[in-house]
Design a protein around this ligand. Structure first.
Ligand SMILES: [Zn+2]
Length: 426
């Protein structure tokens, strides 16, 4: 027979696990929580936790202002009560103020009632100081319990975690390392977790020190820093079917896996870095791409093409697409000239339905020869057309012959689409 005490303990144990770890696993899986923004433009959200701090927060605000960078501050209620003028300065700078509980406890050690009080009290402080109830909630250390998970939603606060952290824990990262890590893992829509107060000792100081260099680098890569309420604007106001949501999820995952980023905001092209697989390719200007060389891989952005088909009459799509491609190639030339990640690449490659037309834009192209690619891409393109094209399944007759390789060397790109200021010095 099981002793009653053991039975009670084990039931409590299971309940406790569901309350803490269960909520945490659900939240980490992105169910009901936000980890990143939409990937359609070059923008990120800098989020600062654990302030306000009388030394570091004003310094960070002063650094952000000349860059027109706006951020989100997840503040701790009792610290805000001690430094109300700093919270008002945050709001006055058009930054977002989020809820990070009243005393910053580990919520796994708090009962449902204590948890709810922590969240409500901080929300009240934010409302009193800024005139606006907080729209976002982040639990201390990113650890939810069930009470926090439910109560934040009840108050109308979106639960926000992050897609990128760089400050290090043990050991902590130097300012240089913080910048390097963020740039290496940068992606459109990134929510970056930083600290302007509390945390591991010295972290806010290192972060404040890293900030100018970080803002310079983000600017060089064409990234904007937006508060969460602007980063998280929904892609379109139209109601979307489950199928479209599945596709969005699939494409976001794909983009995150391959580090794809848009070449211009809302433009037709996205780019990622990849290794050339396949045989040696020789381009007209003598550029050779060997198997294993890093190249820039260009992708048509499906969300963009879908929107064009929705908004334009069919005969206009080709014309507008051509104009946009030229703009995208000009932007790509600027990236190839300035962005250290793309400066050393011999060439850019893409797979396209418009490979014949691409020749008019100065690209070299040819049909697919690899049988496996023919089959798999033909299938993929048919799926896309079935989804994206207003004629839907009537267009399913496209075959592998419609898909081809498109190439342009970095030299040819700069010569045709680069501005003179982008050209390498002689
Ligand atoms: Zn915190």
């Amino acid at each position: 027979m099981i002793p009653l005490a053991a039975l009670i303990l084990s039931v409590a144990g299971v309940g406790g696990l569901a309350y803490t770890l269960g909520a945490h696993l659900i939240a980490s899986a992105g169910i009901g929580t936000v980890h990143r923004g939409p990937a359609r433009r070059r923008a990120v959200a800098l989020t600062f936790d654990d302030g306000p701090d009388p030394i570091h927060t004003p310094r960070i605000l002063d650094t952000l202002a000349p860059y027109h960078a706006r951020a989100t501050f997840f503040i701790v209620g009792e610290r805000a009560q001690k430094h109300p003028e700093i919270v008002r300065a945050i709001a006055a700078g058009q930054h977002e103020v989020g809820n990070h509980t009243f005393t910053h406890p580990h919520l796994w050690l708090r009962s449902p009632r204590q948890t709810e009080r922590e969240i409500t009290q901080c929300a009240d402080v934010v409302t009193a100081l800024t005139g606006q109830a907080p729209r976002y909630f982040r639990p201390p250390w990113g650890k939810f319990n069930w009470a926090a998970y439910r109560h934040a939603a009840r108050l109308g606060e979106m639960r926000v975690l992050w897609s990128l952290r760089a400050e290090g824990w043990l050991p902590t990262a130097s300012p240089d390392a913080i910048v390097r890590t963020i740039i290496r893992r940068l992606h459109p829509g990134a929510i970056i977790d930083l600290h302007d107060g509390g945390g591991v000792s010295g972290t806010p100081a290192r972060t404040a020190q890293a900030l100018p260099q970080l803002l310079d680098a983000l600017r060089a890569y064409g990234y904007q820093c937006l508060p969460l309420n602007e980063l998280l604007v929904p892609e379109s106001a139209q109601p979307r079917s489950l199928r479209e949501k599945m596709w969005d999820w699939y494409e976001r995952t794909w983009a995150a896996l391959f580090g794809e980023e848009p070449v211009t905001d809302d433009g037709a092209l996205a780019i990622s870095l990849t290794r050339h697989r396949g045989r040696l390719v020789s381009l007209r200007d003598g550029t050779e791409i060997h198997p294993g060389d890093m190249i820039g891989e260009l992708h048509f952005r499906r969300d963009h093409i879908l929107r064009m088909h929705r908004e334009l009459p069919p005969r206009k799509v080709g014309l507008v697409l051509r104009r946009e491609l030229i703009q995208s190639l000009e932007a790509l030339a600027a990236l190839a000239a300035k962005d250290p990640r793309y400066q050393g690449l011999p060439a850019f490659h893409g797979l396209s339905l418009f490979w014949r037309e691409a020749r008019m834009l100065g690209l070299e192209s040819g049909p697919l020869t690899n049988l496996w690619q023919r089959w798999s891409l033909g299938w993929y393109m048919r799926m896309l057309m079935a989804r994206d094209h207003p004629l839907g399944r009537q267009r399913l007759e496209i075959t592998f012959r419609d898909i081809g390789h498109v190439w342009i060397s970095r030299t040819a790109l700069l010569a045709r689409y680069g501005r003179s200021s982008d050209m390498p010095a002689q």
